[in-house]
Write a protein that binds this ligand. Structure first.
Ligand SMILES: Nc1nc2c(c(=O)[nH]1)N[C@H]1C(S)=C(S)[C@@H](COP(=O)(O)OP(=O)(O)OC[C@H]3O[C@@H](n4cnc5c(=O)[nH]c(N)nc54)[C@H](O)[C@@H]3O)O[C@H]1N2
Ligand SMILES: Nc1nc2c(c(=O)[nH]1)N[C@H]1C(S)=C(S)[C@@H](COP(=O)(O)OP(=O)(O)OC[C@H]3O[C@@H](n4cnc5c(=O)[nH]c(N)nc54)[C@H](O)[C@@H]3O)O[C@H]1N2
Ligand SMILES: [Mo]
Length: 701
């Protein structure tokens, strides 16, 4: 038996230090890397990768479609035939319609590596191919990333989780650290804080495992209304003289404008707790005590979850979250936070990637609107007419909002390609499916969300006839005449060596042996230099400070200060649906693996009062309807969710019955591609639905 350090290379904010146990060339099990510190842990999705690598569903050879799209009818082909076909189509498309007809999508599937990184590889390949149509932004953090430059300029934000040892109060605002990964240390650090006896408040429409196991208090809030709650917390801070005026003065610009809005001087509506209660459902007493706690106890770390910005008006919650941290003097203070984003964006040890940095030059479309762009093209106001779809490291048929629309977009394309290791619903609709390796079948450097690098060894040989994404692109680049520029005449391992040679890592052997390279300092708080001396270390914003009032933001037609912006209620669809991330999947990954599927229930949670009103009992099958689609699912009646809210996890692979009703619980049949503006980002947590008992199909309208 040999053991090799590996690291889970998934889009889950983890990037965990693991150890592969290999016997006779076969992966036997995965455990934690013994060289990790005591706070780092892997999770079940990393330990369980053996089920993925050896799954019977693994794609074995390239597939060419023979039946209608989505039918699942394919024939096997050699790599030469498949690559020849794809390269031929790409070249012909570019010659006939221009590179703008080609639309590559994805890049999150295996996305935290230096070389085998579907985002970098896609951009590198298509960047050399020509001015293709690019999808910009992302599904995860679009709204917060959009507002950050207006607030902070280009300064990196975030904190090392070790700094939580200095916090005297932690506020998890729409964040579920128990089920979701945000780096591999956060959970243990918050756990330690709890043991110290500090308050940890969880603000979430659901009583999650985070709230029940880690929270000292759960504050349920109606989804998509956090901007009202935040405004009212600010109101109390102002009214009760709890604002740290010195910090506000030193660090920010425009608090006076925000204050006028909060106190109702600009619009005649003071944002009092009782005003907010009607919008967000949190009792005004609770709002007041939350504000007092946050105003008095320092330092306090406010973590704005990404969920609160994947809502209608998510830009506002992201801006308010920063205003709250400024107002309480917690910005850039150890134990406080810099809450631009919950994911640590602080620098990592010097280490390159295979990314090709150059300007793209082609048309660009917000990723949240990809199916609209395919379906509507220039006639619909989009910058290009798209004909060829290229999916790599994503399952957007399932994960993009409005599954029916996604299917129509895939049906409309002239040609489509997918790299994956399973025949996902997206791959099923493609013309060519190319089987690729998992992270355990190739060598890479992985970037965790901390000041470290992880080395991930190739633990086993690639299964069947699968190739690395890198080698697939090499094959296509060779056929299209730009192999030299794409590969720079290096193999994937050659790239790794090249990157290591130019990195901060001096002792490469030791790095490979332990799998962990420690950067300098793990107690960093973003913006700390600025906060310590804003005169000497100004931000690169117009005022040099955090801009709570921004003229340039207002140029997009929105308020220059954060404001309460909530999706108006919909009488026909009275329940608010949220679709959080599941513990036992990374989005849609693992859904097809029975070991995981059997342990992750796909149900719709509803409060007893809402169930009773609709004649629904626990365990019933129900019909969920939105303006976009219909879904059948089993119901879980529970007190662990706020009345008026229903919740089902994202990531189920859809199954349709004859009349188009989804029957497996794939929530994106219910969501909409109308984005939150101005960021044009995802609003999957702002969806209105109605739920009714399922009566065997008679109530389907
Ligand atoms: N196990 C696992 N971990 C993951 C992932 C995964 O798929 N599986 N995905 C990773 C990725 S790519 C991302 S982007 C992050 C996602 O991170 P988040 O966006 O933070 O995750 P969600 O599960 O959508 O939401 C977190 C919590 O917020 C609550 N919530 C939903 N809407 C609202 C709201 O309007 N207000 C408030 N206050 N709370 C709300 C949900 O009930 C949930 O408990 O997680 C990462 N980690
Ligand atoms: N309703 C709802 N929808 C959501 C969300 C939500 O909260 N609610 N969350 C959104 C968020 S935050 C995100 S990030 C997106 C995620 O959307 P996606 O990125 O589409 O999600 P995954 O299901 O993780 O799909 C990744 C695919 O890449 C494949 N893969 C893994 N590793 C590799 C590799 O190395 N190479 C290749 N070629 N393929 C690989 C996997 O098998 C999988 O099929 O979903 C979004 N969709
Ligand atoms: Mo995400």
């Amino acid at each position: 038996m040999k053991t090799l350090p590996v690291s889970c290379n998934k889009d889950c904010g983890g990037g965990c230090p693991l150890l592969a146990h290999v016997e006779d060339g076969r992966l036997v099990k995965i455990t934690n890397n013994p060289h990790k510190n005591r706070y780092m842990t892997g999770c079940v999705r990393g330990y369980g990768m053996t089920h993925v690598v050896y799954s019977e569903d693994r794609l074995t050879r390239p597939l060419l479609r023979t039946g209608p799209r989505g039918s699942g009818r394919f024939k096997e082909a050699s790599w030469d035939e498949a690559l020849g076909l794809v390269a031929g189509k790409l070249g012909a498309m570019r010659d006939t319609y221009g590179a703008g007809a080609v639309f590559p999508l994805g890049g999150s599937g295996g996305c935290v590596g230096a070389v085998h990184n579907t985002a970098y590889l896609k951009d590198r390949f298509f960047g050399l191919f020509g001015p293709y149509t690019r999808a910009h932004g992302d599904y995860s953090e679009n709204a917060v990333e959009y507002v950050k430059p207006f607030l902070f300029g280009s300064a990196p934000t975030g904190l090392d989780p070790g700094t939580l040892q200095f916090s005297n109060f932690i506020l998890l605002w729409g964040m579920n650290i128990y089920d979701n990964r945000f780096g591999c240390e956060t959970l243990a650090r918050v756990g330690e804080a709890i043991k110290r006896g500090i308050p940890v408040i969880v603000i979430d429409p659901r009583r999650t495992a985070t709230a029940s196991r880690f929270g000292t208090e759960w504050i349920p809030v109606l989804p998509g209304t956090d901007s009202a709650l935040m405004a009212a917390v600010l109101f109390v801070l102002i009214e009760e003289n709890l604002v740290d005026r010195t910090a506000v003065q030193r660090l920010s610009h425009g608090f006076d404008h925000l204050e006028r809005y909060i106190m109702g001087e600009s619009d005649g509506r003071p944002k009092t707790p009782s005003w907010a209660e009607k919008i967000c459902g949190v009792p005004s007493r609770t709002i007041r005590s939350l504000a007092r706690l946050y105003g008095f106890v320092k330092p306090a770390a406010l973590f704005p979850g990404l969920s609160i910005q994947r809502t209608w008006g998510g830009e506002e919650t992201a801006r308010f979250a920063v205003a709250l941290q400024v107002a309480t003097g917690n910005v850039g203070v150890q134990g406080g936070s810099t809450g631009g984003n919950v994911l640590n964006k602080l620098p990592r040890p010097v280490c390159g990637t295979i990314e090709l940095r150059r300007s793209h030059g082609g048309p660009s479309i917000p990723v949240y609107r990809w199916p609209d762009a395919v379906l509507e093209g220039k006639k619909g106001g989009f910058p290009s007419d798209i004909r060829l779809l290229y999916f790599i490291g994503c399952n957007y048929l399932v994960q993009g909002s409005d599954v029916h629309k996604n299917i129509r977009a895939l049906e409309k394309a002239d040609f489509s390609v997918c790299h994956d290791y399973f025949l996902t619903p997206t791959a099923r609709y493609c013309d060519v499916v190319l089987p690729v390796t998992t992270f355990l079948e190739r060598e890479d450097i992985v970037f965790p969300r901390s000041n470290r690098l992880f080395y991930s060894h190739q633990a086993v040989e690639p299964r069947y006839d699968s190739k690395n994404d890198y080698d697939v692109f090499c094959g296509l680049a060779a056929r299209l005449g730009f192999y030299d520029r794409f590969s720079e005449n290096r193999s994937a391992d050659g790239w790794l060596l090249h990157i290591l040679e130019n990195s901060e890592v001096r002792d490469v052997e030791r790095f490979k042996e332990t799998g962990i390279f420690e950067g300098n300092g793990h107690l960093r708080t973003g913006l700390s230099e600025f906060a310590a001396d804003p005169e000497r270390n100004p931000l690169d914003t117009p005022s040099g400070k955090i801009e709570l009032y921004s003229e340039s933001y207002a140029a997009a037609g929105f308020s220059p200060v954060a404001e309460c912006r909530v999706l108006p209620e919909d009488g026909e669809y009275p329940l608010r649906l949220i679709t959080p991330h599941p513990r036992l999947r990374t989005h849609s990954q693992y859904h097809n693996i029975s070991w995981f599927r059997d342990r992750q229930e796909n149900v719709l949670s509803i409060h007893p009062s809402d169930a009773e009103r609709r004649g629904i009992h626990n365990g019933d099958e129900v019909l969920v309807r939105s303006r976009e689609g219909r879904m059948r699912v089993r119901i879980l009646v529970t007190e662990d969710i706020l009345p008026g809210v229903v919740s089902a996890y994202e990531g189920v692979w859809p199954v349709f019955d004859d009349d188009g009703t989804e029957t497996a619980g794939s929530v994106n049949v219910l969501t909409s591609t109308v984005p939150t503006e101005p960021s044009m980002g995802s609003r999957t947590h702002s969806v209105f639905v109605e739920v009714s008992p399922f009566d065997g199909g008679k109530n389907v309208c």
